[in-house]
Design a protein around this ligand. Structure first.
Ligand code: SF4
Length: 397
């Protein structure tokens, strides 16, 4: 996987916030070297958050999010402000752009409080230094004085954001922390009509990369080659990881004394939501006639999930429960704010969503008192193999 292919979920999400006309969009364009947003002298021309994935030296792979002005008014403005708050939910580093030639406003102070309350590392950027004579006394701690017009301190700002990103990144492992030196892993990857042509899906790429990064050898094969692959080894592998959809078939082949799990269980653990999702899976058995289930996907193109959400899961849920279940579907950024009418949410693995957005969705569900499970965990549950697939990760539950 090349740097340009770094998935959105693994990129540092940098949100730019500020009042209309603080020069936010011009600053974003200066930092990225690209025309990212609509820039105009008329206040408030940036109507929707603009996102762009890019390599940003010296930070690395990032998603830049330019948000609408905070001080917008009217009904449309209110919606824009709600969007800004929503964007905060997936922001790793927040950049508040303020006009150095004006005083720090109550809205800006409020925003800084919001960053603090959400534990989001932030920097306050005093823009338009070219309009100021003499020194500027920053009112907020982590700050820098720049000019998007002259380019003063733009590189220093990028370095500062990079440092905040590096400081806030906790070391996380997908699989390598489950293994010991010399352990071998087998990855079972079905190559059927739902496998994308010519490449591997994201969880498979990430697991392989983690194994390679930490010096663990692995073999990979399709389900129908698994028995031969296992018998070719002198020593049994420490772990077998399979695609969830092949779990039933694979679990019959892998001896009981060999640990077995799925890519989606590993991904859910990596994203820190496994315990909650397992609780959600257990609710599947409690659904009744007329229960309402929301099936939600994190992207609209479904290129890695094909018809799992729309065809396979609905069939499986109806078969498993034996009930008349009402199903709703959402995809992409669309995720209902009011979930109260649902009995269960079945969400995709969210590989295209960053941790914060996935955690936000889980939190919205929890606050509404609605259990949530992901595809892989739900499929494992409905195929009767959830306990076995959780065994290798039990310690981290
Ligand atoms: S539907 Fe979900 S799991 Fe599938 S590719 Fe999109 S974000 Fe990833």
């Amino acid at each position: 996987m090349g740097l340009t292919d770094t998935p959105s979920s693994e990129r540092v999400h940098i949100g730019f916030f500020g009042l209309r006309n603080a020069g936010k969009s011009s600053l974003v364009n200066k930092i990225t070297g690209q025309e990212l947003s609509v820039v105009s002298d008329v206040k408030g021309t940036t109507t929707d958050p603009v996102r762009k994935t890019m390599e940003l030296l010296p930070i690395g792979p990032v998603v830049i999010i330019d948000t609408p002005g905070l001080d917008d008014i009217g009904e449309l403005g209110q919606k824009r402000i709600e969007k800004t708050r929503e964007i905060l939910g997936l922001t790793d580093i927040a950049v508040l752009v303020t006009d150095a030639s004006s005083s720090f406003t109550s809205e800006e102070k409020e925003l800084v409080e919001l960053f603090k309350s959400k534990d989001i590392p932030y920097v306050v950027v005093y823009n338009k230094s070219d309009l100021i004579e003499g020194d500027i006394k920053p009112v907020e701690g982590n700050s820098i004085v720049v000019s998007s017009k002259t380019g003063e301190n733009i590189y220093e700002l990028k370095e500062l954001i990079g440092k905040l990103a590096a400081d806030s990144k906790e070391e996380k492992y997908l699989i390598s922390d489950l293994l010991h030196e010399g352990d071998m892993t087998v990855l079972v990857i079905p190559i059927d009509e739902s496998a994308p042509k010519g490449r591997l899906i994201l969880p498979q790429q990430l697991v392989m990369r983690d194994l390679l990064d930490h010096g663990f050898a692995f073999a990979s094969c399709r389900p129908d080659e698994l028995a031969d692959t296992l018998s070719s080894f002198k020593k049994a592998p420490a772990l077998v990881v399979t695609d969830s959809q092949a779990f039933a078939e694979v679990s019959k082949i892998v001896p009981n004394d060999v640990a077995l799990t799925s890519f989606s269980i590993l991904m859910a653990r990596y994203k820190g939501e496994l315990t909650r999702l397992v609780e959600g899976a257990n609710k599947l058995s409690e659904l009744k006639d007329g229960s309402r289930v929301l099936i939600s996907e994190g992207c609209t193109h479904h290129r890695q999930c094909n018809d799992i959400g729309t065809v396979k899961l609905p069939k499986l849920i109806r078969k498993f429960t034996g009930r008349e279940i009402e199903l709703d579907f959402t995809s992409g950024r669309e995720f209902p704010t009011d979930l109260s009418s649902y009995d269960l949410i079945v969400h995709c693995g969210g590989c295209m969503l960053n941790d914060k957005e996935m955690q936000r969705r889980v939190r919205v569900a929890v606050e509404a008192g609605v259990p949530i499970v992901n595809y892989g965990v739900a499929i494992a549950k409905m195929n009767g193999i959830l306990d076995r697939s959780l065994e290798p990760v039990r310690k981290s539950l």
